[in-house]
Design a protein around this ligand. Sequence first.
Ligand code: PMP
Length: 361
Amino acid sequence: MDERIYNFSAGPAVLPVPVLEEAQRNLLSLPGVGMSVMEISHRSKTFDEIIENAERGVRELLGLPENYHVLFLQGGASLQFSMIPMNLLPEGGSADYIVTGSWGKKAVKEAKREGNVNVAATMADGGFTRTPGDDEIKLDKNAAYVHITTNETIEGVEWKREPEVGNVPLIADASSDILSHPIVAEKYALIYAGAQKNMGPSGVTLVIIRDDLLGRIPDNLHTMLDFRTHVQNKSLYNTPNTWGIYIIDLVCKWIKEQGGLEGMQRINEEKAQLLYDAIDATDFYRGHADRDARSIMNVTFRLPSEELEKKFASETTAAGLDGLKGHRSVGGIRASIYNAFPRAGVEALVAFMKEFERKNG
Ligand code: PMP
């Protein structure tokens, strides 16, 4: 097969074609270097430039103030579920978690190993279809931090604005909507995200941490698990994922060409609207998330029966629309349409949906 198909996978996910092409051109030899980015020392001048460019790309796109550090770590967003409470949940303290889906639940599970967790709100009862209003959130004003998941990848539920947390540091798992729309960076004390949806390949985790948080870290942590190690060593304490960081640099440049995060948001909202309009046009398809919490990255919906969902998933795959089967924990259909997912692919899915309903409705 030499044709690219439409890849609706939740992650690792589709990357921009121009980025893949540039990486392919430079795979055997970075211009002027004579070696692949995967073959050079992470301590070389060439790699210094690459990691500095990647950091600058992230900083410029998100408008990060000087007092934020940008780290490229490993262990996935999943390791951050542990590292964050290890570093920032002090003995005897408590942290607030607002749970709007499956990933938030996992974050809670790990934080509980480290200390006290107050689940300030959970949307589990409704099947994770929405984000809570401020009046539904029981915050502890002495909490070490408040943790949210900006976009729940499995349920397709996205915060449209941050919860009101006062002076308590807000920490966000932004794995599946980082760089998909502008944010006000100052509202967050820490943002983390696995790279494999909107930024690059798997194997790199972006952590953005405000400088003052470093002062709260206890001194007894393992070196690799202490954020200060990675700040002091500019993400080069150990060997980082050099290839992944290189791709992040290219992806940031590509996003700038799309008009930065404002441009990206416009494109993403248009794509998502096409799909949600198709879902709302008929009773055959039923959106999972409430309208005001619908994700522009992961569009989740149901069909009238599980049989039809199975049929839909297998027929779409056969038609070159891959990865639409919902997560095994919730079923249904999920169309992940990250930054690099082409509008034409969304249009192809909408056309398929109409035809599928005509035949099976
Ligand atoms: N948080 C969210 C919101 C995610 O979507 C994912 C991965 N799908 C994770 C955390 C876990 O990320 P990783 O596999 O990089 O550990």
